[in-house]
Design a protein around this ligand. Structure first.
Ligand code: GAL
Ligand code: CA
Length: 344
């Protein structure tokens, strides 16, 4: 009876997940390979689609992945984790929807005595410490801001004509990622800090969240151009998705023809952004190495699933917070091939 009930419950859960359009795909499936449960916070995120591809590719022949689209809904993700555990996952690789939800996921993993590798959205250090089978794969968030800020400052100094109103200050607008996301917070803070450190006075005309999203980036830029027009002297975006939206808006408003120009910078170095750099529509970006972050996620999750030390036999090193941090690289036209290589 109990078994029947459990089966019925599992069936309803699968059904209700299917009903709300949740996607799960299984790859691998070879006999004897460890089963790993993976969630992506939402498939509809440009950068994460490259990380997902890298996880898939590097796990080929080494693990059976169950890959889930959490559709930007933490409750959906929690259910997906329950299902993966019930289906015999040997480790979990979790791209949280809500960075604050790490304790919920850890509680589930702990109850099943399973290792969990968080990636891309960093849990608080104390939370990661609370479970000896939890690790993180990502970047040092501040680094992207520092590199972006340096890129902006250097370019500003050699292009005095960018100071359109000639007041010696940089009037900027900033497209922020998801509020509360460690990457969005740190990139915003450190980019501005670095520009100021370089001795440049800044004036913030606008700073709002575009939620990493191209369409939202375009909408915000449309509104800002309507309000400030040519007073905008720099567009700083926490990621390329939003930068691409801003470029769209600028183009539609007559920029990038004649001498009508505003420099735009992003983070990620996704192929679409690299195209814009080549066309002179983006000044630069910061490589967020999707390939290596995906590979490290697979490597750690597979080792952990086999009961090994997570970095055993790999190129990765854990820092004092049990995190593997893949370095960022500043990208302009001069070194664009580095980014092209990383997204192949
Ligand atoms: C960031 C990336 C963004 C977005 C976000 C999702 O590292 O730069 O574009 O993908 O992760 O958490
Ligand atoms: Ca100015």
């Amino acid at each position: 009876m109990k078994k029947m009930l459990a089966l019925l419950m599992a069936a309803t859960m699968v059904f209700s997940l299917a009903a709300c359009g949740s996607k799960t795909t299984t790859s691998g499936g070879e006999e004897g390979l460890p089963k790993i449960g993976v969630t992506i916070y939402k498939y509809d995120d440009n950068f994460m689609s490259f990380v997902r591809r890298a996880i898939d590719t590097s796990a080929e022949g080494r693990a059976e992945l169950s890959m889930n689209d959490s559709q930007n809904n933490q409750a959906t993700q929690n259910e997906q984790v329950d299902i993966m555990i019930s289906k015999g996952a040997k480790s979990l690789a979790i791209n949280l929807v809500d960075p604050q939800a790490a304790p919920t996921i850890i509680a589930k993993a702990k109850a099943a005595n399973l290792p969990v590798i968080f990636f891309n959205k960093e849990p608080e250090a104390s939370v990661l410490k609370s479970y000896d089978k939890a690790w993180y794969v990502g970047t040092a968030s501040a680094e992207a801001g520092i590199i972006q800020g340096q890129l902006v400052a250097e370019a500003w100094k050699v292009n005095p004509e960018w100071d359109k109103n000639g007041d010696g200050k940089m009037q900027f607008v900033l497209l922020k990622g998801e509020p509360g996301h460690p990457d969005a917070e740190a990139r915003t803070k450190f980019a501005i800090e670095e520009i100021t450190k370089a001795g440049i006075e800044v004036v913030e005309l606008e700073l709002q969240t575009g939620m990493w999203d191209s369409v939202k980036g375009k909408e915000l830029m449309d509104a800002w151009l309507a309000k400030h027009g040519d007073s905008i002297e720099f567009v700083i975006a926490n990621n390329d998705g939003m930068a691409l939206g801003a470029v769209q808006s600028l183009k539609a408003n007559g920029y990038f023809t004649g001498d009508k120009y505003v420099p735009v910078v992003g983070v990620d170095a996704i192929p679409d952004a690299l195209e814009q750099i080549k066309e002179g529509l983006m000044l630069g970006t910061v490589l967020n190495d999707a390939k290596n972050q995906g590979k490290a996620t697979s490597d750690l999750a597979i080792n952990a699933a086999l009961g090994k030390d997570p970095v055993e036999g790999t190129e990765w090193k854990l820092d004092e917070n049990k995190a593997v941090r893949v370095p960022y690289v500043g990208i302009t036209l001069d070194n664009i091939s580095i980014a092209e290589e990383a997204y192949k």
